[in-house]
Design a protein around this ligand. Structure first.
Ligand code: GLC
Ligand code: CA
Length: 545
């Protein structure tokens, strides 16, 4: 029987509000701007929107540092704007997902302002503290954005834990009061009609810093189950946890089909292979393509019937996929469509990151033009460590989070139609060529190709829920797989090179029907042109006729 959960049949679109659409000329995207563009999203065919954080925040990490979970930051609008967005989206059958940042708050959150007043303060235990002396932190734990994960507070004579920036103190989930407050807040948003949540670094909440354990702490799944029972399970919500540590085994718990935890997680195994083993993302390396394909196979087969995958190649923390895995030059359009085909042919819920549907690319700016705290910290740290400026900039061009954060390219008017003012971050100069207005007119655009893929998923049950078999596993240039459901079979095949590839195995698919491809006409089933992608359907039923 087909699983009828709505979120297994939909496609989610991620909005990074600050860079999406500015409605009042202050250079920062906002909620009224999103409302203006709902028809665009409807046209694309998506069923849910994940908004990166819009709650009140000093913006030390662009909103991932929340100072009031129950209010909207004035740069994005008001609570009334948010309510209007939920309603206007619902009118178009689009659900709004919020980003829940529950591992930490801002240091300006009233809880933390109280907590750091002293050890006796009732909020002190809302955060994670350790004794120590001023110059000797409790241990060597490092923060994700550089430096020690411990910050000294003289008023308390203690250190607090921050897995990210100093301004992002970690919440203490072992304190039942913290958990209760959080659940109450989530229910408050649910009452406002929120359709789901993305849970920021959810695998880190149950940290055990004494044991140097941050991800997958002993109580992690107990806490998530409790939260799910107290909140999400009361409605048909979509929930997706961000979990860099996830393995197929832990993902089976996170996305248990019994609904006891979350709908699914974002795992990143396919996102960490183009770096030197055991090093950081900045330590660049070529993509080991065959290994990369195996990672997808492992996840597709591992969660089939036992969990649920989220499918993505981009988000606000990752570079642009066409620059990373495709060809941002001559074959930009073909390779953007090819990458889309790869992801949208798999089992799971696909996520499209704003601008991905236009084939937006990475940027190369001078260091002064970057805004991201992680990028700026990295630059400083590596300069101090004696890396050459050129080497650092190569890493930043390839991996900086700002690659994904340049303004959405709406049209070719100044600032890409994103703002009438000065944008908070410079526009990618290629906006005069790559923009939504042109692509909505042009039949053969990347935008329309995404639209077709989304339609196809809705029509083809085999895409929604068929099994997955890899093909040509050892081929270093071509990514191919078969999806199967009952008597139906589809083949998805993608050429990852700028050369023609002749695949004799495709003869077996000679009589299949081409459901979709990224070249206008197919001239030879067995030949893949540069970055060509095809979805071919073979129906045992048809064959008999
Ligand atoms: C997640 C977010 C990222 C943020 C970090 C800290 O990884 O996606 O943008 O900086 O958590 O909240
Ligand atoms: Ca604005």
């Amino acid at each position: 029987m087909q699983d009828t959960k709505w979120w297994k049949q939909t496609v989610v679109y991620q909005i990074y509000p600050r860079s999406f659409k500015d409605s009042n000329g202050d250079g920062i995207g906002d909620i009224p701007g999103i409302i203006e563009k709902l028809d665009y999203l409807k046209e694309l065919g998506i069923g849910a929107v994940w908004l990166s954080p819009v709650c009140k925040s000093p913006q030390a990490d662009n909103g991932y540092d929340i100072s009031d979970y129950q209010d909207i930051d004035p740069i994005f609008g008001s609570l009334a704007d948010m309510e209007k967005l939920i309603k206007e989206a619902a009118d178009r059958d689009i659900r709004i997902m919020m980003d829940l940042v529950l591992n930490h708050t801002s240091d300006e959150h009233p809880w933390f302002v109280e907590a750091k007043k002293g050890r006796d303060n009732p909020y002190h235990d809302y955060y994670v503290w350790k004794d120590g002396t001023k110059d000797v932190p409790p241990n060597d734990l490092r923060a994700a954005f550089g430096g020690s994960a411990w910050e000294w507070v003289p008023e308390c004579g203690q250190y607090y834990l921050h897995q990210f920036a100093v301004k992002q103190p970690d919440l203490n989930w072992d304190n039942p009061k913290v958990r209760k407050e959080i659940y109450k807040m989530i229910r408050w948003w649910m009452d406002k009609g929120i359709g789901g949540f993305r849970l920021d670094v959810i695998d880190l909440i149950a940290k055990e810093p004494d044991r140097l354990v941050l991800a997958e702490g002993e109580h992690l799944h107990t806490y998530i189950q409790e939260m799910s029972r107290e909140t999400f399970q009361k409605a048909e919500l979509i929930t997706v946890g961000e979990a860099w540590s996830a393995t197929v085994d832990t993902a089976k718990k996170f996305s248990n089909p019994d609904g006891s935890e979350l709908s699914m997680v974002f795992q990143f195994e396919h996102m960490v292979l183009d770096q030197q083993k055991g090093k950081e993302k900045w330590d660049l390396d070529g993509l080991p393509f065959i290994e990369w394909k195996k990672v997808f196979t492992k996840w597709q087969q591992g969660l089939h019937g036992k969990g649920w995958n989220s499918l993505f190649l981009e988000n606000h923390d990752l570079p642009r996929s066409v620059s990373r895995f495709g060809n941002e030059g001559k074959y930009r359009v073909q390779s953007a469509k090819m990458l889309a085909t790869l992801i949208h042919g798999m089992e799971g819920t696909p996520y499209i990151y704003q601008g991905e549907e236009l084939g937006m690319t990475n940027v190369r700016y001078d260091i002064e033009e970057y805004r991201d705290i992680e990028t700026l910290n990295l630059y400083k740290e590596r300069m101090e460590q004696g890396y050459s400026e050129m080497e650092i900039m190569q890493s930043i061009y390839a991996k900086s989070r700002d690659n994904a954060r340049t303004p959405m390219q709406w049209d070719d008017s100044p600032c890409a139609g994103f703002t009438t003012g000065t944008p908070w971050i410079r526009c990618n100069p290629n906006y005069t060529m790559i923009h939504a207005r042109a692509q909505m007119i042009e039949e053969d655009s990347v935008f329309h190709y995404y639209q077709r893929l989304i339609k196809l998923r809705k029509q083809e049950r085999v895409i929604q829920s068929g099994g997955y078999e890899p093909l040509l596993e050892e081929n270093p240039y071509v990514f191919a797989y078969i999806r199967q459901l009952g008597s139906e079979q589809i083949l998805v095949i993608c050429n990852f090179t700028d050369k023609e590839q002749h695949i004799k195995e495709l003869q077996e698919w000679e009589n299949g029907k081409l459901l979709l491809g990224n070249y206008i006409e197919e001239h030879d089933r067995c030949c893949l042109r540069p970055y060509e992608a095809k979805i071919v359907k073979e129906d045992a039923q048809c064959e008999k006729e």
